[in-house]
Design a protein around this ligand. Sequence first.
Ligand code: GUN
Length: 296
Amino acid sequence: MAANIIDGKAFAATVREKVAGHVTRLKEEHGITPGLAVVLVGEDPASQVYVRSKGKQTVEVGMNSFEHKLDAATSEADLLALIDQLNNDPTVHGILVQMPLPKHLDEDLVINSIAPQKDVDGFHISNVGLLATGQKSMVPCTPLGCLMMLRDYHGSLSGMDAVVIGRSNIVGKPMAQLLLGESCTVTIAHSRTKDLPDVVRRADIVVAAVGRPEMVPADWIKEGATVIDVGINRIERDGKKKLVGDVDFAPCAERAGAITPVPGGVGPMTIACLLANTVTACCRANNLAEPEGLTA
Ligand code: GUN
């Protein structure tokens, strides 16, 4: 059986359309324009590409984009002073500090200096705790995008066996919390997991978020399972540069019931969810009803 391909690119476009609709409503009915501030420290080429793309999409949905590009040698005090200024700026509803930061800066300290209600990455320790205890929080963008696709495909996820491969703070752990919130039976697998193939074979839902090219082979996938591939790995094959996921796509697509491709699966959903989080943060800041379907 060939799997249904979950089209993240098309889904992200529908999320951006919804966001744009809410932005129009906020402007017309309340005179408020949601604003997202993105802070980039240094010249990491991949980070520059992401930040440019975030800025472009922010403007395309009608929001204000504030970009702050700082020198790689910026001191921690100067970065914290900028974050403090953004925390107190009422035109800024979301703040994102692009990771990784240069080595001399303490990432945890920087993240936790962002006002939790403006933390559109959902990385602040308060948001992590709120999510873990099932309270209203800002939810990390990539897992939120995965959840939206799973809900759209399945409706209810209640009672399903879910295996998340990878235990990062950005994807694996929050993904597991979200799936638990949907009443899945959740396993977090990682590099030390005993008999990983058999653990994955039990899963109705597999989320692969490890960052190892094509590490999940087809014989780990239960017939009809839903496979969400978070990996974005650049490889060279037959002399050509290629983007592949953590899942060996073609053979896994023969066994799965549904699968996300790379590129065009989870990737486009991440920035769409960043925009969704910014609108959500703006509504909360102004005591307005939150947009439906854009949060966990
Ligand atoms: N670097 C890679 N992914 C992310 C992300 O989701 N948020 C931030 N702030 N930095 C990143």
